[in-house]
Design a protein around this ligand. Structure first.
Ligand SMILES: [Zn+2]
Length: 453
């Protein structure tokens, strides 16, 4: 496959008339100042596509259901109660259509890949399915339908709190122990061979609430490579509970008790002291930031300036999928910092374009977090690519060096025309190639799911 782009971001800058050859999902040749030939796929502006580092795809189906203020104060924890009730109703037949719709929506806004942090393993009463990897396999089937690059992250979730209490009620669907988890990961690795070649299986201790320090050490000794993701410090109450039980704040504790390095992605690095922020940045781990969800749940604001100053890597996640929008996710990341600091262009060190810093930073960190050779247009990298229309009214006034700023601050996701996930050309002229099929199946699943709510 050959793509001819009027403009492409490669070799550390914008280049004109770029012809890219893709074979077996990878970029094998890049010709600058080239010319289009018959059969080339022509696009306006080509960029490395981002990885979405954190998703719970089933939560897409709950979007908009929790935005009503009931008596008392709404909080993360009441949201979580509804989420538990909702997922009690989910069957294997719902999981794949919902995930496929979610993945397709991600691709349409410019994500080539997703890290699915997957913690629903069991039947509603906690019994295992005949195939313990049944629900993971539904996620993989959805990735195959949508063609998205999948880093599947089966979750180890054993406890209902940092004190080691048992899981109860809605949490029984998540429960596993070390033995069940190990079996699940190996089944996932086998099942992944039937998806796409770029499918990756990592591991995910749920959080310091859901997994013990000893269990985390044990699964690390069993799985010596691949991505490791964990929810780390989303809520103040969580930080306080962990400090009370373990004698240290979550990031502090994890850095002291686990070999945190570039394999790791810490999701929701929201409540960190200055010292934790710097130590985290220097560990080489990626901060998995989910600005829309973190705003929606009232979590708090990431300590961006200190983290970037210490050279920290970050990626973006759509987490609850309440609104799947790459442009809004990037905007929210910067705007939350501006509102807190009452400054502008906060997430740039020294001087430079904020949009470019955010976009390319998220491209690099996101690829690292998902274990993908991507996030840049260069030979040998996976062809995770996105094309936008620079002639859209929201962008057409801008110079080339302002395009990333336009994308982040002025544009809507509809400027995305094409998207490739490891060379699979899934979005063409703004439509997903399986859009009708995926959305029809999604509507049927939702109709069944909500019929007697
Ligand atoms: Zn999450």
């Amino acid at each position: 496959m050959k793509i001819f782009a009027q403009r492409a971001y490669c070799k550390e800058g914008w280049n004109q008339n770029v012809r890219i050859t893709i074979e077996a999902g990878k970029i094998v040749q890049i010709a600058l100042n080239s010319s289009a030939k018959d059969g080339d796929i022509r696009v306006d502006t080509l960029m490395p596509a981002l990885a979405n580092v954190h998703s719970h795809s089933f939560q897409r189906a709950m979007a908009g259901m929790t935005e009503y203020r009931a008596k008392g104060r709404e909080s993360f924890w009441t949201w979580r109660d509804l989420m538990y009730r909702f997922l009690h109703r989910l069957t294997p037949d719902h999981i794949a259509p919902i995930a496929a719709q979610t993945f397709m929506e991600m691709q349409k806004v410019g994500y080539a890949s997703v890290g699915e942090f997957h913690y629903i393993h069991n039947q509603p009463d906690g019994a295992r399915y005949a195939n313990p990897a049944e629900l993971s396999e539904q996620i993989m089937a959805a990735a195959k339908t949508a063609g998205i690059g999948l880093t599947h992250l089966p979750v180890l979730y054993s406890y209902g709190g940092v004190d080691g209490r048992a899981l109860t009620g809605g949490q029984l669907r998540f429960a596993n122990d070390l033995g069940a988890f190990s079996d699940l990961v190996s089944r996932c690795k086998t099942a992944a061979k039937d998806v796409h070649d770029d499918t990756i299986v990592g591991i995910a201790p749920h959080s310091l609430r859901g997994s013990s320090t000893a269990d985390i050490a044990e699964i690390l000794s069993m799985h010596k490579d691949g991505p490791v993701h964990i929810h780390i410090a989303e809520q103040v109450k969580e930080v306080e509970d962990i400090k009370a039980a373990l004698g240290a704040r979550p990031v502090e504790h994890l850095l002291d008790h686990a070999p945190v390095d570039a394999r790791w992605c810490m999701i929701h690095a929201t409540h960190l002291t200055e010292a934790e922020t710097t130590a985290f940045a220097k560990s080489g781990a990626v901060a998995g930031l989910c600005p829309i969800t973190e705003a929606n749940l009232g979590d708090g604001i990431f300590n961006g300036p200190t983290f970037l100053q210490a050279g920290g890597a970050f990626g973006l996640g759509s987490d609850s999928n309440v609104n799947i929008s790459l442009t809004e996710e990037l905007r929210m990341l910067e705007y939350s910092q501006r509102l807190r600091d009452r400054e502008r262009n906060v997430l740039v060190e020294g001087e430079g374009s904020t949009g470019k810093t955010l976009y390319l930073g998220a491209a690099k960190g996101g690829a690292q977090a998902l274990g993908r050779t991507a996030g840049r247009i260069e030979t040998g990298a996976l062809a995770d690519l996105v094309a936008i229309n620079s002639q859209d009214p929201t962008l057409c006034a801008l110079r080339e060096d302002q395009l990333f700023d336009g994308l982040v601050f002025a544009a809507k996701d509809t400027v995305v025309t094409d998207l490739w996930s490891a060379g699979r050309h899934q979005v063409q002229a703004g439509r997903h190639t399986a859009e009708e099929k995926i959305t029809t199946a999604y509507r049927a699943a939702i109709s069944d799911l909500t019929s007697d709510i």
